[in-house]
Design a protein around this ligand. Structure first.
Ligand SMILES: [Zn+2]
Length: 478
């Protein structure tokens, strides 16, 4: 399949690991494979309980006195298949499909994120020609499920203070900063009651929104379905008494919700309908073109249900209205970069209990602290319990970075053109590692990967080929 590429070894390792199921949480097989690889190649290797694998290789001749350097990427992948594809991610290999320069999988995620990193590290460890300083390679598990591998990794064994992270998504631009983040869960227990006998029950359905990643897409102005539903409910509750029965919106912390439904009762249908119309026209006036399919319908439901009291419904909706969803502040150092944001990710209400989750991000620690205190105020106004969990550190832009300079000059040599640098508002393992090794100098790079985390994931074969050359050149010049 890859007769025409330069770095044959890289592609043959990529093919090999595509045979090993390696969804997040199922890294035992790939970790076994790596340990065996190290044994076969006489390379120092340690593996921990999280299935992180750490290898060390001596410097090439002439590089013994250079400062050690580490390469790092994650071994797990997101498992998504098209509805019409039968694929058991615990057993079946990923089937590679080549179309000219584009490599994809047959109806599933490809795992180029971050299998390309694994293949590049293996090819380098396997090579006697690549020139490098004392080399450390870290293969982390569970990146896609909250970076659990990197969090568990014992960084005291790392000698390097230079790191090339191999988990970025495009050649021509390196990532040099990322946001930290925190998830916040609220639980408000109000109890259920009977709505007044004359109340009429409805289901509000908000749909047609485009959603997206709560880090990378938060600056695109897309409408959050939960926020839209809460806005509509706020208008309705201002117009007449309303009684919330159920709600269901969003299912992932890190996605902008596309749909939300709310069941409720009202005592005045006319007022409720005209309030809905007012709210909808407000929402429509703020829609981006991607969200033009937005719809908000009120569907009458016949069976009577238990509901929150009108007072508690009002308390809940007012508190939810205070949750900011979208960018909070832009960076004044890096143009166009969101510094702090929050996403209203999930809202579920049933049986008198309302639970909701937000995901807040910032590359400035103190700014994230500030968001947390505001969310505590939301909890107070909702009468909810609140927990902040899985907080991870950001990676602030370094004024000076040798690794960034090495990248820029290697890129010039290998690609014959200038590269740029950027920051991401998403989280990277670099931030977690930095909290363990604060003086680590990091640059994050990758080949051209598109549509990651979906069955349409692709990688450009030529960029993958050159990506290897780039890493090799960076090692040679470090
Ligand atoms: Zn990744």
């Amino acid at each position: 399949m890859f007769e025409d590429v330069n770095s044959k070894k890289v592609f043959s390792y990529f093919e090999e690991i595509s045979f090993i199921p390696r969804g997040s949480g199922n890294e035992k097989g790939i970790a076994d494979y790596l340990v065996k690889f190290a044994k076969d190649h006489n390379i120092f290797c340690s593996r921990d309980e999280a299935n992180n694998v750490f290898m060390k290789k001596e410097a090439s001749v002439g590089y013994e006195n250079h400062a050690p350097i580490m390469l790092q990427g994650h071994i797990d992948m997101v498992c998504e298949a098209n509805g019409d594809v039968e694929h058991d991610f615990l057993v079946d290999p990923i089937k590679l499909v080549r179309n000219g320069d584009i490599l994809s999988a047959d109806g599933t995620t490809l795992g180029a994120d971050d299998g390309t990193a694994v293949a590049v590290m293996l090819a380098i460890l396997d090579s006697s020609e690549v020139k490098h300083p004392p080399l450390e390679c870290l293969f982390t598990a569970g990146e896609e499920i909250g970076m659990v591998g990197m969090k568990a990794f014992d960084a005291s064994q790392v000698k390097s203070r230079k790191l090339i992270n191999l988990d970025s998504l495009a050649t021509g631009v390196a990532t040099v900063a990322c946001a930290g983040g925190v998830r916040t869960d609220f639980t408000a227990k109000y109890g259920d009651d009977d709505a007044p006998s004359e109340a009429i029950f409805y289901r509000l359905i908000v749909s047609g929104l485009s959603g997206g990643h709560s880090g990378e897409d938060i600056n695109l102005g897309r409408t959050n379905a939960i926020v839209a539903a809460v806005t509509i409910m706020r208008y309705i509750i201002d117009a007449c008494d309303a009684y919330i029965v159920r709600s269901s919106g969003g299912d992932k912390d890190n996605a902008i919700p596309r749909e939300c439904s709310v069941e409720f009762a009202v005592t005045d249908s006319n007022r409720a309908t005209s309030a809905l119309e007012k709210a909808v026209s407000l929402i429509k006036s703020e829609l981006t073109p991607e969200d033009k399919e937005f719809k908000a319908e009120l569907v009458p439901i016949s069976d009577r249900k238990k509901a929150l009291s009108s007072k508690n419904s009002r308390i809940l909706i007012c508190a939810l209205s205070l949750i900011h969803s979208g960018p909070i502040r832009m960076s004044d150092k890096i143009p166009g970069f969101v510094e702090t944001s929050s996403n209203f990710s999930i809202w579920k209400t049933a049986d008198g209990v309302s639970e909701f989750t937000t995901f807040s991000r910032s590359s400035v620690d103190a700014a994230l602290d500030n968001v947390i205190t505001k969310l505590n105020c939301v909890a107070t106004s909702a009468g909810a319990d609140v927990i902040h969990r899985n907080r991870y550190k950001g990676w602030a832009f370094a004024e000076k970075s040798e690794m960034r300079d090495v990248y820029l000059s290697s890129h010039r040599r290998v690609f014959n053109k200038e590269a740029g640098v950027e920051a991401t508002h998403a989280g990277l393992e670099c931030g977690v590692l930095l909290s363990k090794i604060p003086d680590m100098d990091i640059v994050s790079i990758g080949p051209d990967i598109k549509n990651l985390h979906s069955p349409s994931e692709t990688v450009s074969i030529s960029s993958f080929d050159k990506f290897y050359d780039l890493v090799v050149d960076m090692l040679k010049n470090s």
